[in-house]
Design a protein. Structure first.
Length: 285
C-alpha cells in the first residue's frame, strides 16, 4: 500500500494558500475526496493521522492551512479576511481550481464552522457529509474568551523544546498523542521571531475575527438549514461545545449524530483508532 502526500500551493481569492494533498493508495478503489480543515490557531498538518487513515481506505484528502496560519499567506487586510465568510470563499476557490464537484468535509473547531457556513452557502449541494469535531452552532462564551486571550498573545520561547512543552500543556485536552505526534505538531507550527525566539506559526491578528465579526460563530440559522448528514464528535470535557448544545443538535436541522469522546476536551485529535473509525464509517454512509 502506497500513500503519497504532496505539499502544494494555490492562489485563492488573491491569497496564496498552502495545503497537503494526500493521494489514496493505488491498490484500493477510489472513494472520493475529503476536505479536512483544522482549528483556529492550528495548521493542516494536524490532520495527518486522519489523512493517512482515510487515504489508506481510498479517499483523496485535502488539508489546507487557513490564511494566516502555517505556510499560507498572512492577510494584508485582517479586519476583512479573518472571518468565516472569507474562509468559505477560500474553500470554494480551492475545490474549484482542483476541479472537485462534490466532497466530504471534516472540520475541527473553526474548521467545522467553515464547513457549516460553506455547506449552507457557497458549497451548498457540493458537500456530501459533514463532520464537526467539537464544534457546533453555538459555542460557550467563556471558552471563546479563553482562546481569544491566548491566541491573540502567542507565547515565545528560546528553544523548540520549550515550545513543544507549551503545546503539550495548552493542547492537553486533545487527548492521547504519542511523542512523535507532539513533535510533528510542534515542528509543523513553529516560526522564528526576529529576536531568535520561536512562537506558534500563525498571525496573531487572526483573533480580530472576534472583534470585527463577533457573531461569526452564532450559527443556529445556518445549522438549521443544513440538509446533509452531520456527525458531531464532542470531547467529553469540552468547555467550548457544551453538552446541552450538542443535545440540541440531535433534534434540530439535520439532526446530527452526536458521539461523545471520552478522555478529551477541546478538541479530539482524530488520531486514535476509535476516533478514526467513527469518521470513516460515517463518511461511508
Amino acid at each position: 500500500m502506497s500513500i503519497t502526500a504532496q505539499s502544494r500551493y494555490l492562489v485563492c481569492e488573491g491569497r496564496e494558500i498552502h495545503f497537503m494533498d494526500w493521494a489514496p493508495a493505488a491498490d484500493v478503489p477510489s472513494l472520493g475526496t475529503v476536505v479536512a480543515w483544522h482549528g483556529l490557531a492550528r495548521t493542516g498538518r494536524d490532520m495527518d493521522p486522519l489523512a493517512i487513515h482515510l487515504a489508506s481506505l481510498g479517499y483523496r484528502v485535502l488539508c489546507p492551512d487557513t490564511i494566516g496560519r502555517g505556510l499560507s499567506q498572512w492577510s494584508p487586510v485582517p479586519r476583512d479576511e479573518y472571518c468565516l465568510a472569507f474562509y468559505a470563499k477560500l474553500a470554494r476557490s480551492l475545490v474549484d481550481q482542483l476541479g472537485l464537484e462534490r466532497f466530504h468535509w471534516v472540520g475541527t473547531s473553526m474548521g467545522g464552522a467553515i464547513g457549516m457556513v460553506a455547506a449552507d452557502g457557497l458549497l451548498r449541494g457540493r458537500t456530501l457529509r459533514l463532520v464537526l469535531n467539537d464544534n457546533g452552532p453555538k459555542l460557550a462564551d467563556a471558552a471563546i474568551e479563553r482562546i481569544r486571550t491566548y491566541a491573540g498573545n502567542p507565547a515565545a520561547f528560546a528553544t523548540v523544546t520549550e515550545l513543544e512543552q507549551y503545546f503539550r500543556t495548552v493542547y492537553k485536552p486533545y487527548g492521547y498523542l504519542p511523542d512523535a505526534q507532539w513533535r510533528l505538531l510542534t515542528e509543523s507550527s513553529t516560526r522564528r521571531l526576529p529576536d531568535g525566539r520561536v512562537t506558534p506559526h500563525y498571525d496573531p491578528a487572526m483573533v480580530q475575527q472576534f472583534i470585527h465579526h463577533p457573531q461569526d460563530y452564532d450559527l443556529w440559522p445556518v445549522y438549521d438549514r443544513l440538509d446533509i448528514p452531520v456527525l458531531c464528535l464532542r470531547g467529553a470535557e469540552s468547555d467550548l461545545l457544551l453538552a446541552d448544545t450538542a443535545e440540541a443538535m440531535r433534534d434540530r436541522g439535520p439532526r446530527a449524530l452526536v458521539v461523545t469522546i471520552a478522555g478529551c476536551g477541546h478538541a479530539p485529535a482524530l488520531n486514535v483508532p476509535d476516533q478514526l473509525d467513527l469518521v470513516s464509517r460515517f463518511l461511508a454512509g
